[in-house]
Design a protein around this ligand. Structure first.
Ligand SMILES: [Zn+2]
Length: 217
């Protein structure tokens, strides 16, 4: 699909957010266990005073619908369980998502095991989708306590990544969890979490460019 580059900033694998999704091995947990994912293509409206999350669109390559990025959110309970991709509630097709590299490797290696059930699993998943999109709310999330919110989400992310990378990942790999890795891991993921929370806050509230022609009228 071709998109209007004048109107939209196009996010694909070259964008740092999506690239991070591909290369960070810790995100394998988010993707395979929680079914959290990121679309292959996102469009960001260049102009407009709306904050970032209201300018981000997820296009469906099958029917051309421009879905609001807010459709898949915690609030709508659609942020997780998207193992097969983002379900398009307009044409019932699946919007392609970007796989995490580690998840892709694990899926490829274990394909002989789960491959047998792929069709059944996918059909079961598809059957459940229409219900999940019945009461989608695209209202602006509340801005109250925004400082508390970024701190909370940053800390949560830090703790989550710490547990995933320092504890669960070595357990899966069968390697040792050392006190050194814990001592380094705590401050490291605490800082990463807070940076992540704060960057998200800035990014989410960033306004688009103002339309100059419009202002001159
Ligand atoms: Zn569609």
């Amino acid at each position: 699909m071709k998109y209007d580059k004048e109107k939209y900033k196009i996010w694909n694998w070259k964008n740092p957010v999506i690239l991070h999704w591909i290369i960070n091995p810790g995100l394998v947990i988010n993707e395979l266990i929680f079914g959290q994912t990121i679309p292959k293509v996102m469009l960001i409206e260049r102009e407009g005073k709306k904050p970032f999350y209201q300018r981000s669109l997820i296009p469906c390559p099958h029917c051309g619908t421009m879905h609001s990025g807010l459709k898949w959110s915690m609030k709508n309970k659609t942020a997780f369980k998207n193992w097969f991709g983002y379900y398009c509630d307009n044409c019932k097709e699946i919007i392609p998502v970007q796989r995490n590299l580690t998840a892709l490797i694990i899926l490829t290696v274990t394909f002989p095991i789960w491959g047998w059930f792929r069709k059944i699993l996918k059909q079961n998943w598809l059957d459940k989708q229409p219900d999940r999109y019945k009461n989608i709310n695209l209202e602006i999330p509340e801005k109250k306590n925004s400082t508390k919110n970024w701190l909370k989400s940053g800390l949560f992310f830090g703790i989550f990544m710490f547990v995933s990378v320092v504890i669960i990942y070595p357990l899966i790999k069968g390697s040792e969890i050392t006190s050194k890795s814990i001592l380094i891991g705590i401050p490291l993921w605490l800082i990463c979490g807070l940076v992540w929370g704060y960057t998200n806050k800035i990014l989410m509230n960033k306004k688009g460019k103002e339309n100059k022609d419009h202002n001159n009228v």
